[in-house]
Design a protein around this ligand. Structure first.
Ligand SMILES: NC(=O)c1ccc[n+]([C@@H]2O[C@H](COP(=O)([O-])OP(=O)(O)OC[C@H]3O[C@@H](n4cnc5c(N)ncnc54)[C@H](O)[C@@H]3O)[C@@H](O)[C@H]2O)c1
Length: 325
């Protein structure tokens, strides 16, 4: 059974995924009780093995429920006795949502509404949920600032926008304290390199470590604000403690830096000591060209500031991929 520690029970939906598993670890390190709800559609139980260098054991130190956030009964059971929720469960990837908008809508938008509704009905005090930099859509303004969103460019981005609107509505209508965190391109250990919809850092790393040419969609000049998973954990922990005045809104969570894909690839080659020429494929539908976060609102309202720089974050990630690929 879960040990009673600081008395706060936190549910992590999508806790067997990349970011979710880091959150479980971070919560346990801070003395919280943790329950995970995940249908393992994309996450893996292995992501929850060996957390905290083997200190935290599933079943002994935290609970795991295998289930779908679209299922009312499952979600109701999972939120019982919970003080707060870190809601991460979703189908990630812009291209996946372009290929299958219906499932993306059902999981990401309807599933989130299900979580909010169950939280409200069960007296959960706070829901912090994963939004995305993709909500900035076709706005060309840089850096991205809350309140300057454009039109969403993909079904994925639209679901994240809808979730933010529901988050605000639930705060105002029902007094459920919600905070959305707009993650900017998160990377780190345990990010899935094998999925057809893998993100760029695991794709580049797998290719380079296997001696294959990394694929760049477009000319490689598109830029992203790559954010290390540990900083995202910190943002979530801060959002759990933030004052009520910070609730009902969404905040940028990034480094406030930009690296284009050619620069990123160059850095990875340097760290790995490789020199493999990339292969260029046509740009992908729904992708934005540039993205970098203005994090001043998150600094002011949550006290958030990213600490990891790209070199150190990539160094730690490479170590993990070398040991686990
Ligand atoms: N990784 C990034 O760069 C990034 C950027 C912006 C936003 N986000 C958001 O952060 C969250 C976590 O992303 P991630 O990168 O860790 O992805 P991930 O795929 O590793 O984690 C998502 C988890 O949700 C689970 N899940 C999916 N559908 C489910 C369902 N119907 N019921 C229960 N569980 C379900 C999956 O099995 C998986 O474990 C997502 O909401 C994603 O949209 C991620």
């Amino acid at each position: 059974m879960t040990a009673k520690r600081n008395g706060r029970m936190v549910l992590v939906t999508g806790g067997a995924g990349f970011i979710g598993s880091h959150l479980v670890e971070g919560l346990l390190e801070k003395g919280n009780m943790v329950r995970v709800l995940d249908d393992l559609s994309n996450g893996k139980e292995e992501n929850l093995h060996g957390l905290g260098n083997g200190r935290w054991l599933m079943g002994r130190d935290f609970e795991f429920i295998r289930g779908d956030i679209r299922d009312a009964e499952t979600v109701d059971k999972a939120v019982k006795g919970v003080d707060a929720i870190l809601h991460q469960a979703a189908l990630g990837s812009v291209p996946r949502s372009v290929a299958d908008p219906l499932t993306t809508q059902q999981v990401n938008a309807d599933g989130t509404l299900q979580v909010f509704w169950a939280a409200k009905n069960n007296g959960v005090s706070r829901v912090v949920f994963a939004s995305s930099s993709s909500v900035y859509g076709d706005s060309e303004l840089l850096p991205k600032r809350e309140g300057e969103e454009g039109a969403p460019l993909s079904p994925y981005a639209l679901t994240k926008r809808v979730n933010e609107d529901f988050g605000r509505l639930f705060s105002n209508l029902y007094g459920l304290k919600t905070i959305g965190l707009r993650y900017f391109n998160v990377y780190g250990p345990r990010q899935d390199p094998t999925s057809a919809y893998a993100a760029v850092i695991p794709r580049f790393l797998t290719a380079l470590l296997s001696g294959d040419a990394p694929v760049i969609y477009g000319n490689g000049e598109q830029s992203r604000d790559f954010t290390y998973a540990k900083d995202v954990v910190e943002a979530n922990l801060l959002a759990l403690e933030a004052p009520a005045s910070a609730c009902g809104a969404a905040y940028n969570i990034g480094r406030g830096d930009q690296a284009n894909l050619l620069m990123l690839l160059g850095t990875l080659q340097k760290l790995l000591g490789t020199d493999i020429k990339p292969k260029f494929d046509p740009p992908r539908a729904g992708d934005v060209m540039h993205s970098s976060a203005d994090t001043s609102l998150a600094a002011r309202m949550l006290g958030f500031k990213a600490k990891s720089d790209l070199m150190s974050g990539l160094g730690e990630s490479i170590q993990w991929y070398k040991e686990n690929l």
